[in-house]
Design a protein around this ligand. Sequence first.
Ligand code: NZQ
Ligand code: ZN
Length: 385
Amino acid sequence: MNNFEFYNPTRIVFGDGKISELGRLIPESAKVLILFGGESARKTGTLDEVERALGSRHFSLFGGIEANPRYETLIKAVDKIEKEGFDFLLAVGGGSVIDGVKFVAAAVNYPGDKWEVVTKGGTTIQTALPFGTVLTLPATGSEMNKGSVITREELQSKLAFMSDKVFPQFSILDPVKTYTLPPRQISNGVVDAFVHVIEQYLTYPVNAYVQDSFAEGLLRTLIDIGPKALETPRDYDIRANLMWTATLALNGLIGVGVPQDWSTHMLGHEITVLYGLDHAQTLAIVLPSMLLEKLPQKQTKLAQYAERVWGITNGNDQEKALKSIELTRQFFEAMNVGTHFSDYQLSSDVIEPLVKSLEAHNMVELGEHQDITLDVSRRVYTAAL
Ligand code: NZQ
Ligand code: ZN
């Protein structure tokens, strides 16, 4: 196992009805800005519930944070906070709202160009406003991690930053809040969480037995409950397990002490920014062809994945590895997430713009061996047509 440091200060308050605990979690004297997405939080009644739970606290609202949150929108929230003086932020929504709030929290009072919060990868963030979250979509793990992914439309950039300063203070996870999700978002959430585990697990062995076992357990759980979450949307236990699995998939725990490979995410971000596909759709396109491309380097772990996650016992390591990649693709397809560009009416003319975009964002040495060059990425995209 590699050396590591683990730090995660986010309090998780989990269960049916837990929004009522907001009064205990936010300081009595706080002036709160509630940030949310489109209309779902209002339509589902979650916003009302949040407002009631805040009691007599002074609060205001900032809505309109879109999926794949945009700098151009978020900067308006930063202005509002700097003018009106809020001292606690509350994100109500999915990964996009939470990521957006992380940017806003760090950008308020940031000296100089606020886009640097993102372009410097989070390294220049000195302070951030405290914030909590009410999660309504299990997928990203943003509710319990220090990462955020922000899009700047005018620059055609979708970039991630990380900082210890942007861990949520708390996150409320009420599985009942996921009942209103459209099937497409459940599918997206299952695929996103699955790929988060894969990118921290399918590299090469470093004898990290406990991280491997955790990762395999999360993957098996997603394979089991993913289809059920679509078939029986109001099954509390299925939604509860989905919610907690997605959180554990990217809260740092399974990623400590092991090599990681975020290349599928990086190639995927370019597809979203240029062609507008949902985050999880891009991952479903890239991952199977990335695994095929990197089969020689990943074969040992792929064979382990085949045995322990998919129960494949026949064949040599290469045969097991190939079978596991095929089953992974079938799983995404069974969740109704297409695994080829053609499923989204995109054809070979997307490849060069995507490769150029990777180059512009300096995504030129990706993967656990930093050997995924632009040529390799081009092959991966091409194999996914
Ligand atoms: O905007 P509203 O009307 O609220 O609708 C949202 C949105 O359209 C809707 N929704 C959310 N909760 C709902 C609901 N509809 C009905 N009932 C509910 N309870 O769902 C739509 C999608 O929401 P979004 O927040 O965009 O989805 P998700 O949670 O999948 O977040 C995706 C974003 O997270 C980033 C992605 O890149 C993408 O921008 N990621 C962040 C990560 C992190 N911070 O660690 C890691 C991930 O890899 C990911 O990259
Ligand atoms: Zn993701």
